[in-house]
Ligand binder design. Structure first.
Ligand SMILES: NC(=O)c1ccc[n+]([C@@H]2O[C@H](COP(=O)([O-])OP(=O)(O)OC[C@H]3O[C@@H](n4cnc5c(N)ncnc54)[C@H](O)[C@@H]3O)[C@@H](O)[C@H]2O)c1
Length: 305
């Protein structure tokens, strides 16, 4: 069994003041990494860093809103000033502004794209510069979502950002391979401030907060659990044990870990000299259109009453 030891490694985790990011920061620190805890909310960032040090880990807080090049530079600089280097970046900071397309404002769209997509791009770019200068490889863990993989009602902005993040993970895994920097997208599902308001899950999350375990149909069937359940993946991906893992989208939640497929052609048909609208109409239903792809996140399967 490989033992996961991150001693001497330095990580930046964006949006790690609470929720999943906080669990990632704790998990990295518990395995020996020093962590720059980032959040837009300064008090929450300070408290989170304190909780990591109180648990015996190394952490400092850097409060800044990710989304700009300046913020990204500040995070990388803080890691270097405080701990001398940067080995691991987790781009986790995120917000929701859910609305159906026809009600979504430019501000709703821009706020989500700026935090998730631009935040991931700018932080990864700054980290890539530093890691390439160090010349010792590194790990980037970009946070995707089932909504980005599948599309989700009411989440134009979020689904677009998360799909873009998975696409960036695939692209950067190629661009950074020579520098031995791995880049993966993770697709977590957990009870946090972001998900506890989902009506189907709300009563179970409430029960969980009162100390009751989540039922198997959620932990196994839906892959839904606590932030700590998702956090195991982060030190693993940051470790030597995962050196060959790159360009993947990995689902994690509850009792489940899963590998997501990447988009690819599933069927094809050919017409000599190319297609016309008429020939497409003639063959669509019996050739490439015979089994259309499904969209959306499958509704939770509740056990029979
Ligand atoms: N909870 C889930 O089931 C789930 C599922 C799929 C993806 N995700 C993703 O996981 C990540 C964390 O989600 P969570 O559920 O822990 O959410 P959360 O709301 O509990 O925590 C997100 C944190 O990010 C911080 N933040 C927001 N904007 C920021 C910015 N510009 N700069 C720095 N920090 C910022 C918030 O203050 C908050 O502390 C997000 O990217 C989210 O999209 C979560």
């Amino acid at each position: 069994m490989p033992s996961i030891d991150l001693t001497g490694k330095v990580a930046v985790v964006t949006g790690s003041g609470r929720g999943l990011g906080l669990a990632y920061a704790h998990a990295l620190a518990a395995h020996g990494a020093a962590v720059v805890v980032n959040d837009v909310d300064e008090a929450v960032a300070e408290q989170a860093a304190k909780s990591v040090t109180e648990a015996g880990g190394k952490a400092v807080a850097e409060a800044v809103a990710v989304g700009t090049g300046e913020a990204a530079d500040r995070l990388v600089a803080r890691a270097v000033e405080e701990f001398g280097r940067l080995d691991v970046l987790v781009t986790n900071a995120g917000i929701l502004r859910d609305k159906v397309l026809w009600k979504m404002t430019d501000d709703d769209f821009d706020a989500v794209i700026t935090t998730h997509l631009r935040g991931t791009f700018t932080c990864a770019r700054a980290a890539a510069v530093r890691m390439r200068e160090q010349g010792e490889g590194g790990t980037m863990i970009l946070v995707g979502s089932p909504a980005g993989q599948r599309g989700n009602f009411g989440q134009t902005n979020y689904a677009a950002a998360k799909a873009g993040i998975a696409a960036m993970a695939r692209t950067w895994s190629m661009e950074l391979a020579r520098a031995h920097i791995t880049v993966n997208a993770i697709v977590p599902v957990a009870a946090t401030a972001m998900t506890e308001t989902i009506p189907a899950f709300a009563p179970y999350v409430e029960a969980m907060k009162n100390g009751e375990p989540l039922p198997d149909f959620l932990r196994k069937g839906e892959g839904f659990g606590t932030p700590e359940d998702c956090a195991a993946l982060v030190p693993f991906l940051a470790s030597e044990a995962a050196r060959g893992v790159t360009g993947q989208a990995i689902g994690i939640g509850g009792d489940k870990v899963a590998l997501w497929s990447h988009p690819q052609e599933t069927t094809a048909a050919y017409a000599d000299g190319g297609w016309s609208p008429d020939t497409l109409a003639d063959v669509w239903a019996t050739s490439v259109g015979a089994e259309p792809q499904t969209v959306g996140i499958p509704a939770p399967k509740f056990p029979e009453a």
